[in-house]
Design a protein around this ligand. Structure first.
Ligand SMILES: O=C(O)CCC(=O)C(=O)O
Ligand SMILES: [Fe+2]
Length: 357
């Protein structure tokens, strides 16, 4: 059975980026940014660190290596409990990680007149700006730049800053490297579930190529940081998200068994999380992790997420190999899940809940 969509909501975008807002409001947090639910989780001191294992990319990629099978078992176990892990030995050089962080820094440091040439609209996320929310929902304390990076012919250069000389080249290089990692990760995940190695990869790649969106997140500091959230609790719409955290400033937290855990910063690792679409395809074996971002009182924080999804026209649903008597089909099938997600998330509800049978 295919899922149906709720009617379009009235969506709102903040008038100004936070970076501009804080120039005029000083320490006062505007009402619309105050996160209304009890937000004890913003208190770093009482939250433990996530202790999911670190996964070694080299061991995942070569079946000939001793330790490959063990790493696959670790992968399956962490993805069905935490829904995320930190990846080491991925082959992205420190110099490339430095460069992508540098171009990001340069973008957010550009004057508003320049950045606003790349403003997003209320109708679609690509471009510079905050997230849309529906009436009465609070805004995230976060300025973002979203850019389609793959397939290459889908790039919309009007959103790409031309004032930063290395921007295109760096993002292009970064995308290629993340795609390389993504392919191996998707293959390893399939193997870990005893599926054919290319099962998830082909499902995501389809005929049109996997869809990759780069999301540059920038969280200015907020002196009343326990009243705001950089990102409200959410799961990603993606199959898989590959995230480069800030080098120094923590903020990302993940939920497991209704408890929040801080994600530690481990130099040069990538943080990988399962998104809703892989939870659906795996018939609920893999968990699309709920996560949020808290804001630092004094220091700005940045991250670069690459969210990877099948093409909108590709119908997705639980794989037949993962449905049986013990594990009946848990989710409907759907086309353009991202669109469905974008209709639900401004309300604070999870689209994946509507996908359950
Ligand atoms: O900034 C982070 O660490 C997380 C970003 C995130 O969750 C997202 O972009 O979906
Ligand atoms: Fe996220």
């Amino acid at each position: 059975m295919a899922a149906s969509f709720s009617p379009l909501l009235k969506l709102e975008l903040p008038e100004k980026p936070i970076q501009e807002l804080i120039k005029t409001t000083g320490k006062q947090v505007p009402e619309r940014y105050i996160y209304k639910l009890p937000n004890k989780a913003a208190d770093h001191s009482v939250i433990k660190y996530m202790d999911s294992p670190i996964i070694d990319f080299q061991l995942l990629s070569a079946s000939s290596l001793q330790g490959h099978e063990k790493e696959l078992r670790k992968l399956r176990s962490t993805l069905s409990s935490w829904g995320c892990f930190q990846l080491t030995n991925h082959g992205l050089t420190s110099s490339l990680l430095y460069q992508i962080r540098e171009v990001q820094k340069e973008f957010f440091a550009l004057p508003l007149e320049v950045k606003q040439k790349h403003f997003r609209t209320v109708h679609w996320i690509e471009g510079y700006g905050n997230d849309t929310v529906s009436e009465n929902q609070s805004y995230n304390w976060n300025d973002r730049l979203h850019l389609k990076v793959y397939p290459v012919d889908q790039r919309n250069f009007k959103f790409w800053p031309e004032d930063i000389p290395n921007f295109r080249e760096t993002l292009d290089k970064y995308t290629k490297e993340v795609r390389r990692v993504l392919e191996i990760i998707l293959k390893a995940i399939a193997k870990s579930l005893n599926l054919k190695e290319d099962r998830f990869f082909r499902e995501c790649e389809g005929e049109q190529g996997i869809y990759m969106l780069a999301r540059f997140n920038f969280y200015p500091p907020c002196s009343s940081s326990d009243h705001v959230l950089g990102l409200k609790p959410h799961s990603d719409a993606s199959s898989v998200t590959i995230l480069l955290q800030d080098k120094e400033v923590e903020g990302l937290q993940v939920q497991k068994d209704n408890q929040w855990f801080k994600v530690p910063i481990i130099p040069d690792t990538l943080f990988i999380n399962i998104g809703d679409q892989l939870e659906i395809m795996s018939n609920g074996i893999l968990k699309s992790v709920i996560h949020k971002v808290v804001v630092d009182k004094e220091r700005e924080r940045s991250s670069v997420a690459i969210v990877c999804s099948p093409h909108a026209e590709k119908e997705i649903g639980p794989l037949s190999e993962l449905i049986d008597k013990e594990r009946p089909q848990l989710y409907k099938t759907v086309k353009n899940y991202v669109n469905m997600y974008l209709q639900y998330s401004p309300t604070g509800e999870r689209a994946i809940t509507a996908m359950k049978l």
